[in-house]
Design a protein around this ligand. Sequence first.
Ligand code: CAA
Length: 287
Amino acid sequence: MDISNIRAIGVVGCGLMGAGIVEICARAGYDVVVREINPELLQKGLGRVKGSMAKGVEKGKLSQADMEAALAHIKGTLSLADFKDCDLVIEAAVENMQLKRTIFTELDSICRSDVILASNTSSLCVTEMAAATERPDKVLGLHFFNPVPVMPLLEIVRALLTSDETVEIGRALGEKLGKTVVIAKDRPGFIANLLFVPYSLDAIRWLDAGLASKEEIDTTMKLGFNHPMGPFTLMDFVGLDTLLFIADAMYEEFKDARYAAPPLLRRMVQAGLYGRKSGRGFYTYTK
Ligand code: CAA
């Protein structure tokens, strides 16, 4: 198996990340099958893909004809059985290990034995997902960043038993999708979140300690360091529930205070303040 054998890609889940992955794969000319768990979520997810491509057309990043060609490559389904002819599958379901293990076991029985199974997880152990299959050498993490069509990075996670060939196919796919690839070991947080999470948690701790306002902290990181978003704007963008989930996974593994979620973050999530997606996090959003 090499990258030239990959023509059809399966994507499990058409949420924020899944939809972005579907979009970039279809725009790169792959046939894409995407699975959601009910017709409403499938319709919403496919609508998200179309909306993002339409924005790309509006911004002059792709032509109307390229958008139509890409959309013609995408097929939605409610059944993983429709992945039987896929040459590679990327799982982008919710961050729940039991669910992911079930999906990997199912994919393992549906897909040909040479097919690579990848997870877009941002913090869960890829080795554990691989152990739910009979092909642990063909399982790896392909961690994309939000918004997927815009962010140029792909973090590849090499699980304990991932083969060199699998990593190389992952790298070649990332490059075909226009991404710059970095490779990390299977540790919660990989490279990106291992650095991003303590930075974000520190911003919350210092806000809570009264160092400065959230606006001042955001302005400092934007104008003093040229970050496109300050930490509070970025945390709202990522989702405070997602951030808490990743921090808890990292703390669980390393037992290091750097990764311990500050009480304010946990209280905000308990109160339903998830950030942009719920309309309120550190800031308030109107659609
Ligand atoms: N297809 C192609 N290009 C698109 C596009 C699409 N669907 N939508 C937007 N673009 C392009 C735009 O044309 C624009 O390109 P130029 O700079 O060449 O003009 C660029 O993307 C930015 O788009 P906008 O002008 O609409 O928006 P913006 O300038 O306000 O930037 C942003 C928005 C890209 C989100 C920027 O604020 C940013 O980079 N923020 C940081 C995002 C970030 O850090 N993401 C990572 C989150 S962490 C994560 O995902 C992983 C995890 O595990 C938690």
